[in-house]
Design a protein around this ligand. Sequence first.
Ligand code: GUN
Length: 297
Amino acid sequence: MSAIILDGKAIAKRIQDEVKDAVAKMSREKGVVPGLAAVLVGENPASQMYVKMKRNRCEEVGIESFGYEKPADITQEELEELINELNRDPKVHGILIQLPLPDHIDTDKALQTISLDKDVDGFHPINIGRLAMKGREPEFIPATPYGCMILLQEAERLVQGFKISGSNAVVCGRSNIVGMPMSLLLVKANATVTIVHSRTKNIPEIVGKGDIVIGAMGRAEMIKGEWLKEGAICIDVATVKVDAPEAPKGYIWKGDFEAEAAKKRAAAITPVPGGVGPMTIAILLKNTLHGAELALS
Ligand code: GUN
């Protein structure tokens, strides 16, 4: 078997184009330009890069982006005061607090300060709680897991006989940002979900039962191709920078799957890079547009 490559870059571009058209229509017909406030605390280079990418993509689709760069020693009170200001600002329809926050900040308390109708990351405990409850829907779904679900729907379209509903899904990783909300979304979509984490015994055996395998650990090539069930659908969330002296830049990106071996057994797999990564930002744009629609409704 040679796996179908799920082209996240192309799907993200389609979503981005749809958001761009809807933003233009909203500006023209309602006089409202969707706005995203991105709050960055400290000087973590990866966080700086992610926020820059998110703000650039906002500009590309006509969403106004407001950047707030705060020192690493900001107090809890100062951060919550800023969030409350953004909650009141009518030009801001989405508030993104880039994570992780410094250790002295109570992240949960900060995220709870975000107004529910501006919680475009979907990390407010009430939004996560609704995701976990049967018959309830969150106002916003966290961007990366939402992007993974769209990629799985693409696999349903491309892989004969594959259905998310009724499948066995194995989610590797239990982070608040990806693994846990991903598991909850899969349960909502009627999959039977097993979560694999650092204390799990018999990981190869459990992964081998997955019709769907989600790699969300950030451990380069940890999931071996030979573990996979023949015909599995593999979604690789990780992007790990690995030294490669022979590569032009001196490094390459790897995901959680042993990609070449996985392609021989999987029915479909996302590439790294160009799979889940582009979807995350596209969904953030979509969620910000939704925030503006909520403000208008
Ligand atoms: N840090 C890593 N991923 C994310 C994300 O999706 N949103 C925010 N706010 N922080 C992150």
